[in-house]
Design a protein around this ligand. Structure first.
Ligand SMILES: Cc1cc2nc3c(=O)[nH]c(=O)nc-3n(C[C@H](O)[C@H](O)[C@H](O)COP(=O)(O)OP(=O)(O)OC[C@H]3O[C@@H](n4cnc5c(N)ncnc54)[C@H](O)[C@@H]3O)c2cc1C
Length: 384
């Protein structure tokens, strides 16, 4: 018998997308979010065609594409010489090759758009300020499935035997912003730029909604137990500075200007079960938080949400959850491998760096794009 009602823990990107995708299939849901209100959290987000195709189907894309930037390329640039090493075309090319746009925006813009769609949907009901602790919150009515979309620190995970655990990845993200009016000329206003240097890389792109550049540097680093996102201390700032030794002074001086710098330890999850064989399932970061080296965490959360709804729409719950997990796990594992490879390549030093630059220099843009077909060209199951 098809399911009628779902409970979703967490109103992040995965939870809200799941509610909308279920609604498309006539399944109602109630969503429980710990935050009393959804405020401006997080940073910039790159939304690749595999995810934007789903957002289009859910009726979200049209509004987003009025405010986001479709970069003309994703550029890899030497953090030392500022020389472009390679560029993957995006913009019109992305729409044509992968059948959907590549956009960059603030995470809050996406979350608000999803939230507005959920608020307007009679099959979705959002409860703010309700935190799940050791047991799920009281549901308004009987639920057929409980979906854990509660992020890397998921509580719902505790009721899925053998589920993944969070662990510090050994990487730190440092985030800051620069007003577009103050941005130096080498920061391209129409593309995503990833500056690469031994031990670190720095991703920059403009956020049209805020009139600023989103700047995130990622390096290896250590943390004190329980460390969480916070304003960088002088010592943490000095650690980043040390990682950027040998980088172009134009980049280093961006950091040296007295700007607010956020210290953001990056956590990931180990592998493990995503469902309990009955009626509880994890999606998004709750199931498989990953490093941002392939910029795919939110895209995977969106794919998960859409595909879970498709599996739930036409088979018994336990079977749907098992098929969902079997179907998604290989793709997530492959993306993790791509992320690990990107980390190795982005932070390469010495002869490996020289080899990397040579290989990148020889690869035509079309060949770089072809390497991404399996990620960006992916069509979630049952997408019309
Ligand atoms: C530096 C950085 C850059 C990134 N860049 C990109 C990118 O460019 N592209 C991309 O696709 N991805 C990117 N990501 C990854 C992306 O941000 C995440 O994968 C994505 O936001 C995960 O969404 P989620 O809904 O699964 O989890 P979350 O966004 O963590 O949402 C979880 C929600 O659950 C709520 N919650 C948690 N616990 C409870 C509880 N006990 N009870 C009730 N509610 C609860 C939280 O308040 C939150 O609202 C990046 C990540 C980082 C760190």
């Amino acid at each position: 018998m098809p399911i009628e009602h779902a409970a979703i823990i967490g109103a992040g990107i995965s939870g809200l997308t799941a509610a909308l995708a279920l609604s498309r299939r006539g399944i109602s849901s109630e969503i429980f979010e710990q935050a009393g209100e959804l405020t401006d959290i997080g940073a910039g987000l790159q939304v690749s065609p595999n995810a934007s195709r789903i957002l289009a189907e859910l009726g979200i894309l049209e509004g987003l594409s009025k405010v986001w930037l479709e970069p003309d390329a994703i550029r890899l640039i030497s953090g030392g010489s500022l020389r472009q090493l390679a560029a993957v075309p995006a913009g019109k090319f992305a729409r044509e090759r992968w059948g959907a746009p590549y956009g960059v925006l603030h995470r809050t813009t996406l979350q608000k758009a999803l939230l507005a769609a959920v608020a307007a949907d009679p099959l979705c009901r959002l409860h703010l300020g309700v935190r799940m602790d050791s047991t799920p919150p009281p549901f308004e009515r009987a639920v057929d499935v409980v979906i854990g979309a509660d992020g890397v620190w998921s509580k719902l995970r505790q009721i899925v035997p053998g589920s993944p655990s969070p662990r510090f990845s050994g990487n730190i993200a440092y985030r800051f912003t620069i007003a577009e009016t103050e941005a130096p000329g080498f920061l391209d206003r129409t593309s995503v730029s990833a500056f690469l240097g031994g031990s670190a890389h720095l991703v920059c792109y403009p956020l049209r909604e805020t009139g600023s550049f989103n700047m995130v540097a990622i390096t290896a680093g250590n943390i004190a137990p329980q460390a969480w996102q916070s304003e960088a201390t002088a010592e943490q700032r000095a650690q980043l500075r040390a990682r950027l030794s040998g980088w172009n002074t134009a980049i280093v001086s961006l950091l040296d200007r007295n700007r607010k710098l956020t210290f953001w330890p990056l956590f990931e999850t180990t592998s493990g079960a995503w469902q309990d064989g009955r009626k509880t399932v994890l999606i998004g970061d709750a199931a498989h938080a990953m490093m941002p080296f392939a910029a795919q965490g939110a895209a995977m959360a969106i794919e998960d949400a859409y595909e879970l709804a498709a599996f739930l729409s036409n088979r018994p719950v336990a079977e749907a959850l098992a098929r969902f997990e079997r179907h998604r796990a290989p793709r997530i594992a492959k993306l993790r491998q791509r992320g690990a490879f990107n980390r190795f390549a982005y932070h390469a030093k010495g002869p490996i760096r020289i080899g990397r630059d040579l290989v990148l220099g020889l690869k035509p843009p079309l060949s770089l794009a072809a390497d991404l077909d399996w990620i960006y060209g992916y069509r979630a199951v049952d997408l019309p």
